[in-house]
Design a protein around this ligand. Structure first.
Ligand SMILES: NC(=O)c1ccc[n+]([C@@H]2O[C@H](COP(=O)([O-])OP(=O)(O)OC[C@H]3O[C@@H](n4cnc5c(N)ncnc54)[C@H](O)[C@@H]3O)[C@@H](O)[C@H]2O)c1
Length: 258
């Protein structure tokens, strides 16, 4: 089979958490374009439905919206059951929902600390575990977790200790799962974006003065676009990456190279 054919996802079933958000929607669109049936999983059920309808119309692939809170184990198990009932299996799990909070460490409340860790790290564990159980039973599957370059470096000048710690945790959690499941057909990798221009960035008022600074210190001199993560997403979702597991793929316009 040629490499282009290997990157097709016809007959495969995928889900994307945070699928109604900037990066999630772009990745879900890429998976559907490659032929996968895709479930859009998000806390915002209405938005998830809109995105699912839009992608189905644009690509002709079957889609499904599943309102889910990935920090809640019951909600996650329900989500997995709904997808398996609708589409029969799960081949590609994209655990991508996440938030950031810029608060100086000495001022951070325990509640704010837990909010970030619960979503960005615990949510990735709960979804990886639930999808992993289905995939281990099937004997194959690809789990892709969205980490961040913040799991490798400390961003400046904004204070975001909880986010950085959670994303470093996502990378090592994913490596740990990759090793546990490597001989049972389940691969686990992380994508670590640099600064990507999405709602997460543009809707946070306090970030506006920072955007110029980030552009200056990124070697390519700009923020990335969500669609610039589609290539690595397709590679990791498909059989093109059959020997890749336990790896982190940094896509950051050169940020971490300096
Ligand atoms: N934008 C960037 O520059 C950047 C850089 C590196 C990593 N990331 C990571 O990429 C991922 C996606 O970020 P984005 O920029 O698309 O953000 P976004 O805010 O556009 O989307 C996040 C989505 O997650 C959903 N969500 C929030 N809480 C949830 C919950 N409990 N359960 C289910 N869904 C929930 C939101 O409703 C939203 O649709 C995040 O993990 C983020 O940390 C983003």
């Amino acid at each position: 089979m040629g490499i282009i054919e290997k990157m097709r996802l016809d007959g495969k079933v995928a889900y994307v958490t945070g699928g109604a958000g900037g990066i999630g929607k772009s990745i879900a669109t890429a998976l559907a374009e490659a032929g996968a049936k895709v479930a859009i999983v998000d806390l915002e059920g209405g938005k998830a439905q809109e995105v699912a309808d839009e992608i189905a119309q644009a690509t002709g692939s079957q889609t499904l919206a599943v309102q889910t809170d990935v920090t809640d184990a019951d909600s996650v198990n329900q989500m997995i059951e709904t997808i398996v009932q609708a589409f029969g299996r799960i081949d590609i799990a994209f655990n991508n929902a996440g938030i950031t909070m810029n608060i100086p460490a000495e001022e951070m409340s325990p509640e704010d600390w837990h909010k970030v860790i619960d979503l960005d790290l615990n949510g990735v564990f709960l979804t990886s575990q639930a999808a992993g159980r289905v995939m281990l039973e099937q004997g194959n599957g690809s789990i892709i977790n969205t980490a961040s370059m913040s799991g490798s470096i400390v961003n400046v000048p904004q204070p975001q200790a909880s986010y950085n710690a959670a994303k470093a945790g996502v990378k090592h959690l994913s490596k740990s799962l990759a090793v546990e499941w490597a001989d049972r057909g389940v691969r686990v990798n992380t994508i670590s974006p640099g600064y990507i221009g999405t709602d997460l960035i543009f809707e946070a008022e306090e970030l506006q003065p920072l955007i110029k600074k980030w552009e200056e210190i990124t070697p390519q001199g700009r923020l990335g676009k969500p669609e610039e993560l589609q290539g690595i997403a397709l590679y990791l979702a498909s059989d093109a990456s059959s020997f890749a597991t336990g790896a982190d793929f940094i896509i950051d316009g050169g940020y971490t190279a300096i």
